[in-house]
Design a protein around this ligand. Structure first.
Ligand code: HEC
Length: 213
């Protein structure tokens, strides 16, 4: 490698090469460490979180985002207005949760995912939920390429937040009525719920151990 330094651009070539080696090493680690895919939802969810969420949702059956903020207000001992204000202040460009370190957030995100997303994206985030339309398939978050992207740079959290919030695709007929292929959740989920769901998607890499609790 030392000989490379003799011509201009050599350090660039060497850096590129090192980066390539790191990626190859990562793929190898993923393959040999038995990284068979994302942890199934039931292994990601900490006991009690599902029941707690279902209970919270009862506060407002028409809007899960409002119900969630009422639960947050109760939990934090603040007013509903204050909870809504804090939620509105959450940055849309930066996930406040850390999928690698915060098991509680991953679990809460998995609960939200199970409640609002799995019917299309599938219980294993493989895009095989019962409501998915053949002409509008969901992405397979299971695929090696996806997990590699998540392992290397956390996936595309900012773009994901936006897609979940604004929806995307043509308007189609789902069993519960027409909506864009990826429905817009910006007015029915709080920002915190959306980031938690993203956190669950970000946990689908080889560095996050499945929960055992
Ligand atoms: C009614 C079915 C349906 C539901 C429910 C649904 N999605 Fe989607 N989602 C889709 C479809 C279909 C696409 C692809 C549409 C497109 O590419 O235009 C998609 C795309 C996405 C994408 C973009 C993926 C990418 O990088 O291209 C993300 C992220 C996502 N959904 C997350 C979620 C989350 C989180 C929830 C739950 C809060 C959810 N979705 C609920 C059908 C659904």
């Amino acid at each position: 490698m030392a000989g490379l330094r003799r011509f201009p651009g050599a350090s660039y070539v060497a850096t590129r090469r090192r980066r390539g080696e790191t990626q190859r090493a990562l793929i190898l680690i993923m393959l040999v460490s038995g990284c068979a895919g994302p942890p199934a939802l039931d292994r990601a969810i900490i006991r009690g979180h599902t029941a707690e969420y279902e209970e919270a949702m009862r506060a407002d059956s028409t809007n899960p985002g409002r119900a969630y903020l009422l639960w947050r207000a109760r939990r934090d001992g603040i007013s509903a207005d204050e909870a809504a204000k804090r939620d509105a202040a959450i940055d849309a460009a930066r996930n406040p949760f850390d999928a690698r370190r915060d098991r509680q957030a991953v679990s809460r995100g998995a609960v939200i995912y199970a409640a609002h997303c799995a019917r299309c994206h599938g219980v294993n985030a493989d895009g095989r939920g019962p409501d998915v339309l053949p002409e509008f398939p969901c992405k397979d978050f299971h695929s090696l390429g996806q997990r590699l992207a998540v392992t290397l740079h956390g996936g595309a959290p900012r773009a994901w937040f936006q897609r979940i919030s604004d929806g995307s695709g043509a308007v189609v007929n789902y069993p519960d009525g027409p909506s864009t292929a990826m429905p817009a959740f910006g007015s029915t989920l709080s920002r915190e719920q959306i980031w938690l769901a993203v956190t669950y998607l970000q946990s689908l890499d080889c560095c996050v151990k499945p929960q055992t609790e």
